[in-house]
Design a protein around this ligand. Structure first.
Ligand SMILES: Cc1cc2nc3c(=O)[nH]c(=O)nc-3n(C[C@H](O)[C@H](O)[C@H](O)COP(=O)(O)OP(=O)(O)OC[C@H]3O[C@@H](n4cnc5c(N)ncnc54)[C@H](O)[C@@H]3O)c2cc1C
Length: 371
């Protein structure tokens, strides 16, 4: 009988792990409380940036992991598009970090190990002709890419099922059971019990709320609000743009990411308000005010959508990828990726897959989990 794996959560983490594991011939059942991609993963801007995000994780280990994950994405994106026969709008346009004065310029120059390339006025305007003349300088990170998060979620669901995975939506897991020191399965809210040899907890900001997870699995929600505008065919913004904020109540940095269909995503707030996903006037005002200051022409663009999602922030800001001390054998975690769940998805999926393949003996590769 094939090894049975239960995955809790149909976000980018759960589906990436599920897709990798199903390709290895395991019998994988993924349980999603609602619809796949309806929480943080559906809200994501899809930035796969080794630059830009100065808010957290700026230690050098994380910088190395970010760069490694950016490199993994090239193959991951190609494989996902092939496996799902769909596009995910993967683009390597590079990021431009914009400064309004010398202090901001120094901030971006020293960012991410000083790997960015400073651009003079002429070079900046050649790349972004619509940025405000008040922008003082820019630092360019040419290898950064981005994807359309919603397209990725659709492609992952398709690829998972095509690889033989069993997708169960509207299926809430209430409890992880174990017997004689090993996981034995998951119990659903309707009372159904599904026997499993391994269980992967990928329930995002809710990971710590399921009976049977380790006490150490402390994950909390951090709200992010975003909006999109329609640029039509004007291409007012051509790269992912990053700026420091003048609305520190809502965010320290903000970004704008263009999509192939003419939308421009503007985000994102960083708010410690529990499981509240309401979109607020204050955050939208801060985002729009910031965006128009950088690219004044955006004020004529219609607003297409507003939304909010809950980023899963792990205790000590290090994602749980792998096993935790004291847990029954076979219980693994892929949660707490905070602002980098898309960027780190191929890495987590590979670590979890290596651990399971290693344990069942088909392959003796050693796992590199960071839990
Ligand atoms: C506004 C915003 C912008 C972002 N931008 C980026 C970005 O540009 N780049 C990047 O890398 N990251 C970004 N992130 C972060 C990224 O979206 C998250 O890190 C990532 O989506 C987390 O994925 P996940 O699968 O762990 O969680 P989620 O996507 O939240 O998925 C968890 C799933 O588990 C389900 N679930 C919960 N409890 C149960 C249960 N008991 N039983 C069954 N199912 C359950 C939920 O319904 C949910 O679908 C952003 C986040 C936000 C909010």
């Amino acid at each position: 009988m094939a090894t049975r794996i239960g995955i809790i959560g149909g976000g980018v983490q759960g589906l990436s792990c599920g897709w990798y594991l199903a390709q290895h011939g395991f019998s994988v059942s993924l349980f999603e409380r609602g619809v796949c991609g309806s929480e943080a993963s559906g809200a994501s801007a899809g930035l796969l940036a080794s630059a830009g995000d100065s808010h957290a994780h700026d230690d050098s280990t994380f910088s190395v992991l970010r760069r490694h994950s950016c490199a993994l994405w090239r193959d991951y994106a190609a494989a996902l598009q092939r496996a799902s026969a769909s596009t995910i709008d993967y683009k390597t346009t590079g990021s431009l970090c914009l400064a309004f004065d010398g202090d901001e310029h120094r901030h971006w120059q020293h960012h991410d190990g000083g790997t960015g390339v400073p651009l003079d006025d002429e070079a900046l305007l050649a790349r972004e002709p619509f940025v405000s003349r008040d922008v003082f300088s820019a630092v360019y990170y040419g290898e950064d890419s981005h994807v359309d998060g919603r397209l990725v979620m659709r492609a992952l669901s398709k690829a998972f099922v095509r690889a033989g995975g069993h997708l169960h939506e509207q299926a809430t897991v209430t409890e992880i059971s174990n017997k004689r020191g090993r996981v034995s399965g998951v119990r659903l809210a309707d009372g159904t019990f599904c026997a499993c040899d391994f269980v992967v907890v990928a329930a995002g900001a809710w990971s710590g709320t399921i009976d049977g997870v380790a006490q150490a699995c402390v994950v909390r929600p951090v709200k992010g609000q975003m909006l999109s505008v329609d640029m039509g065919d004007k291409a007012y913004v051509r790269h992912a743009l990053w700026c420091l904020s003048s609305h520190r109540d809502f965010f320290d940095t903000f970004y704008m990411v263009p999509r192939s269909d003419g939308r421009l995503l503007i985000g994102a707030s960083v708010e410690d308000v529990g499981f509240d996903k309401r979109v607020t006037a204050g955050a939208l005002h801060a985002l729009l005010d910031s965006a128009v200051r950088v690219v004044p022409a955006l004020q004529a663009c219609p607003v297409v959508a507003t939304w909010a999602g809950l980023r899963p922030l792990a205790y000590q800001q290090t994602p749980f990828i792998g096993a935790l001390d004291g847990d029954p054998d076979g219980l693994l975690y892929a949660c707490g990726h905070y602002r980098h769940g898309f960027l780190l998805a191929p890495y987590s999926a590979q670590v979890i897959t290596d651990m399971i393949v290693g344990e069942v003996g088909a392959d003796k590769k050693v796992a590199g989990g960071v839990a």
